[in-house]
Design a protein around this ligand. Structure first.
Ligand SMILES: [Zn+2]
Length: 123
């Protein structure tokens, strides 16, 4: 995203297609220099012409509000689903010894590199 400088979007929303536009994406973030909210809408018209709009300040809030009902899902939500529910991607096993009712048991966990774990079995 761009305002006083280039910066990373706080979130990206994927919007529903309309009769006129496809591949619709709305980015939202705050400019790190002037701290104004910035919204960027990118969409492709049915005839292949891409349409890009960038607004800041109150207009950014208005644009996000106006498009709210057309949001299918957000990047954040998508990442959250991918990474927080179950270990994602490359996993490694960790065995932990625990005492259950005085006997030692081994709990096997699958860990991923995002800090998520899932218990596989207790031996
Ligand atoms: Zn700025």
């Amino acid at each position: 995203m761009r305002h006083c400088c280039a910066f990373k979007a706080l979130d990206i929303y994927y919007l529903k297609e309309t009769n006129l536009y496809i591949s619709r994406k709305l980015s939202f973030g705050f400019c790190p220099i002037c701290s104004k909210p910035v919204a960027e809408l990118y969409q492709v018209r049915f005839d292949g012409v891409s349409d890009f709009r960038s607004v800041s300040g109150i207009k950014a809030d208005l644009m996000v509000n106006a498009l709210k009902s057309e949001i299918l899902y957000s990047m954040r939500e998508c990442n959250y689903r991918k990474f927080k529910i179950k270990p994602y991607g490359w996993k490694y096993g960790v065995n932990k010894a625990v005492k259950i009712k005085g006997t030692e048991r081994i709990r096997q966990y699958a860990y991923d590199f995002y800090g998520n774990k899932e218990i596989i079995k207790t031996v």
